[in-house]
Design a protein around this ligand. Structure first.
Ligand code: PGA
Length: 249
């Protein structure tokens, strides 16, 4: 794992966007694995600016998002379909046919899980997967549990995750209880992984991910076994690490 510690959220976001720029410059038809949540919003803003300044071209890029709420209509402003349009896709030149997000409204959700994994496989796999991390060290919506899930599946969200995400809804009751998410196995198959975290509330999850035991109780800890992971942190998220060991930017 390569750990980069940035001064603050803005620097982390810039660095993350630069990595996507390098990826897409080297391979214009890159397959990007994308994430939602507060963390990558700054990176998306930087990418939109790069696009407006003609520094990056998304016309051949394909994307796969990690997850979506179960049975939340895509036009609901809390759906991850809506989030991605609002925070990225509506502002860049991506071909809409190249956008993939799990369909939480599918009538046959089991089939949807299989379809999603097959589509990733058919596209030759994700070149770089962007990840945020939950306070409980979840990646995608893979919550701490007793085994690592291999494939895309429907997950029961933990109360702590629903509470954390309730800040975007009118009340906790409105937060869906389930989600469809790529499994840790599907995430692990990505060729490169870029994990982003900012803020003190992520410091323990980051410490456990990097230094803890590899266990499905800390879903992100599986990344210790991947051979191409970059973790980009702000100083607060890195505050429990011995930062002398890592490259500071
Ligand atoms: P956040 O969520 O970026 O909103 O903190 C991250 C996550 O839960 O994966």
């Amino acid at each position: 794992m390569r750990i980069l510690v940035c001064k603050n959220y803005d620097e982390m976001s810039k660095k993350a966007a630069q990595m996507i720029l390098s990826q897409v410059t080297l391979k214009p038809d890159s397959i990007l694995g994308l994430a939602t949540g507060s963390t990558p919003i700054g990176m998306y803003k930087n990418l939109i600016d790069m696009y407006k300044n003609r520094i990056i071209d998304f016309s051949e890029v394909k994307t796969f998002n990690l997850d979506e709420y179960y049975k939340l209509p895509v036009d609901n402003d809390q759906s991850y379909h809506y989030f991605m349009d609002d925070n990225l896709f509506n502002h860049i030149n991506i071909n809409r046919e190249n956008i993939n997000i799990p369909n939480g409204m599918a009538e046959n959700i089991e089939e949807e899980c299989i379809r999603y994994d097959e589509k990733i496989k058919k596209s030759n796999g994700i070149d770089i997967q962007v990840l945020g991390i939950g306070r409980n060290a979840h990646i995608g919506f893979n919550e701490p549990t007793v085994n690592f899930e291999k494939r895309t599946y429907v997950v029961e969200l933990q109360e702590s995750t629903r509470m954390a995400n309730s800040r975007f809804f009118n009340s906790l009751d409105e937060v869906p209880k389930k989600a469809i998410t790529m499994g840790t196995g599907s995430i692990f198959e990505s060729k490169k992984i870029m994990l982003l975290a900012s803020g003190k509330e992520k410091a323990k999850a980051i410490y456990d991910t990097i230094h803890g035991k590899i266990t499905p109780e800390v879903p992100a800890s599986i990344l210790q076994l991947h051979n191409d992971v970059v973790v980009i942190l702000d100083e607060e998220a890195a505050s429990l690490l011995d930062t002398k060991e890592y490259k500071s930017l």
